[in-house]
Design a protein around this ligand. Structure first.
Ligand code: AMP
Ligand code: MG
Length: 504
């Protein structure tokens, strides 16, 4: 559908978020200056409409309860107008993509408005920026819905992530493999600073800016690092803190079967948040070698490689910080902590999943054998853990719910017997309490590819009911939601034909 002219918009100067008197916007990041935040020329999208909304997050940001009744906010979150006190800027960063230095990248389709209630608000898909290179600055409805649903699903799973406030759509055409329509997802995070921001200033030898950025990140998000002794102490401490947070994040991913798909250094958050939802996927059948990004021919970002890739990416960050860090050994020592932090974090996640109150070395063989069994038979990862959680209430050898997931029943039985025996060794072992704990740890619902697809297909006909139902279920993934049993079942055959590429 051609859209030659943009529709008339309300007076920009008069526009301010509804229900709020003074401007609630702050500009902490943009205040760093033009080297960090480049103003944009807005390119409005015609006739926007609401696709998805997150009322809980809106409340946290101080928006009034009827925020989606506001035409002004509909246009604000589409990038069509700028509320008083907000700005529209893009930031420059660089990065390593698929292991290769890619040079300058930057927010090619993300427009920062500033901060609300201390949270940065960013519009993804709001049009070209000075960093769009050959891109159109747009995002399509399909990928915007995926990002919206997944960020909130991850948040509900307790996984550090950027959040999503809303999605707006427009019939404006956007070309990918075929013609699609435009959408804008409003993302929210304390900061969207990436490893790639540091790499940019380091690689271009803008060391003053590098220090400014590091100081900004330390002062606002890692204030404890400021106390570290020595000239380079705070920067070494920052590297170590980011290493820790990244280790925790990836351990969470591995424990729920989340495959990010594009772990380039420009997609790594300095706060250890899951960032830039593109070709991500929750595993259906457990396959450690699974590659969710069809553009990743080498399998660099296969599921089982994620912990190592994170470590590699942290080395890029360490390298970028070297102008601020006196001794290479200091950086290496900070990075080395990953080797203990990641296994510890993963062990903690796995102990939780298995219903143990504490981690113990003797859980390791059980975990290794269990994952091997799952991999051998490509057993559905989410369903296995959920069934095990229910099974744990009785640990009844005659109950077939878990063993029926395996062809090799004898191997499954042997593993379940080991699981039971290890629990029986615990002081005050209580199977009901164990099961209850496991049901709060092992989700019934994750955003499987085919579920996202159902929401997308309906949304293309302007039916947002599936999206809303999914959003509700995924916001509370540990509850039973009996009306949505089907969404907790095995992926249908057609799910394997969904191709998720970088194209978004
Ligand atoms: P990604 O792999 O999606 O994280 O994107 C890598 C880089 O390409 C980032 O700098 C993005 O801002 C940029 N980019 C991706 N898609 C577009 C687009 N449609 N228009 C402009 N820039 C884009
Ligand atoms: Mg990116």
């Amino acid at each position: 559908m051609p859209h030659a002219a943009a529709p008339p918009f309300p007076d920009l100067a008069a526009a301010s978020p509804d229900g709020l008197t003074a401007s609630p916007w702050t500009q902490r990041y943009a205040a760093l200056g033009k080297d960090f935040a480049t103003p944009l020329t807005p390119s409005p999208l015609p006739a926007p409409y609401w696709v998805g909304r997150n009322d809980a997050l809106a409340t946290q940001l101080g928006l009034s309860t009827d925020w989606t009744a506001s035409e002004a906010l509909l246009h604000t979150f589409t990038g069509n107008q700028v509320p008083v006190g907000a700005t529209q800027t893009a930031s420059v960063y660089s990065g390593h993509q698929f292991g290769v230095w890619a040079g300058q990248l930057g927010d090619g389709r993300a427009c920062a408005l500033g901060e609300l209630a201390g949270q940065e608000v960013q519009l993804k898909g709001a049009g070209p920026t000075p960093f769009s290179r050959r891109g159109d600055g747009r995002a399509v409805l399909r990928s915007s819905i995926r990002e919206f649903l997944c960020s909130e699903a991850m948040h509900a799973l307790g996984i550090p992530t950027t959040r999503a406030l809303c999605v707006t759509g427009s019939d404006a055409p956007v070309w990918r493999e075929t013609q699609e329509t435009a959408a804008v997802v409003t993302r929210v995070a304390p900061s969207f600073v990436r490893f790639g921001h540091f790499e940019h200033f380091s690689h271009t030898e803008q060391h003053a800016q590098l220090r400014t950025l590091a100081d900004y990140v330390i002062d606002h998000f890692y204030p404890e690092c400021r106390k570290a002794a020595g000239d380079d102490g705070p920067y070494v401490a920052l590297l170590q803190a980011v290493t820790g947070r990244t280790a925790e994040m990836v351990a969470h991913w591995q424990s729920v079967g989340f495959c990010h798909g594009v772990m380039n250094t420009d997609n790594m958050s300095i706060l250890g948040l899951t960032l830039d939802y593109g070709p991500f996927q929750f595993l259906d059948g457990y396959d450690p070698a699974h590659i969710c990004n069809h553009s990743d021919n080498q399998g660099r970002y296969a599921f089982f490689k994620q912990p190592n890739v994170a470590y590699w990416n942290l080395f890029c960050l360490g390298q970028a910080l070297m102008p601020l860090i006196g001794e290479q050994e200091h950086a290496i020592a900070a990075l080395e902590t990953y080797k203990t932090r990641y296994p510890q974090a993963l062990a903690a996640r796995m102990a939780d999943k298995l219903g143990f109150a504490q981690t113990h070395e003797n859980q390791r063989p059980l975990i290794e054998t269990g994952l091997k069994l799952l991999a051998q038979e490509r057993v559905d990862f989410t369903i296995f853990w959920r069934r095990l959680s229910h099974w744990a209430a009785g640990m009844d050898a005659a109950n077939p719910s878990v063993r029926d997931l395996f062809v090799d029943r004898a191997a499954a039985d042997a593993w379940l017997a080991d699981f039971r025996a290890l629990h029986a060794q615990e002081d005050c072992f209580d199977s009901a309490a164990t099961s209850k704990r496991m049901l709060r740890t092992n989700p019934k619902f994750v955003l499987r590819n085919h579920l996202g697809e159902l929401a997308i297909r309906a949304a293309k006909t302007r039916d947002f009911s599936v999206l809303q139902q999914l959003q509700t279920v995924l916001a509370d993934p540990y509850s039973e939601h009996p009306a949505f049993e089907e969404w907790a079942g095995f992926a249908p055959d057609w799910a394997s034909s969904i191709e998720i590429s970088c194209s978004s």
